[in-house]
Write a protein that binds this ligand. Sequence first.
Ligand SMILES: [Zn+2]
Length: 169
Amino acid sequence: MSRKKILHIGDPLLRAVSHPVKKFDLRLAMIVRDMGETMYGADGIGLAAPQIGLMRRLIVIDLYDEEGLRVFVNPDIIKAEGEVSLTEGCLSVPGRRGCVTRPELVTVRYQDIKGNVHELSAEGLLARALQHEIDHLNGVLYVDLMDYEVFEEEEEEEEEEALPQASEA
Ligand SMILES: [Zn+2]
């Protein structure tokens, strides 16, 4: 197992479009393990493969709930509804946070680590994390979409609306 270096904003790989995963083999399992370790090591709730320089359509999310590590291979948003503004952070944009307006509910079609196809409807933090991570696969960062930058003081005042502190993805 090894923890990988997380690329930061300014790195051109974060702006590239990732390629679909085609092989569901042992190497994929090893990449997922490394991504999990890298995400946990950085106290994140999500990580996309391009954030460690791997241009593959692969994301991991852990909301520290009973689900544990969630893996989404070749994820696509097939349905989006509603609208909600929430504070986001990103492991590739250290030290900054911003308010981003996105759909409130999403349905995602994805493959698991064995290549089986699933659909998942999500709301709340999971819906937000999925959209944030899938954006990474298309070279999009939350700072491209944010309504405004959120600073520490402001965030404390709006604490009830803000996501948990460890919400960097
Ligand atoms: Zn991110």
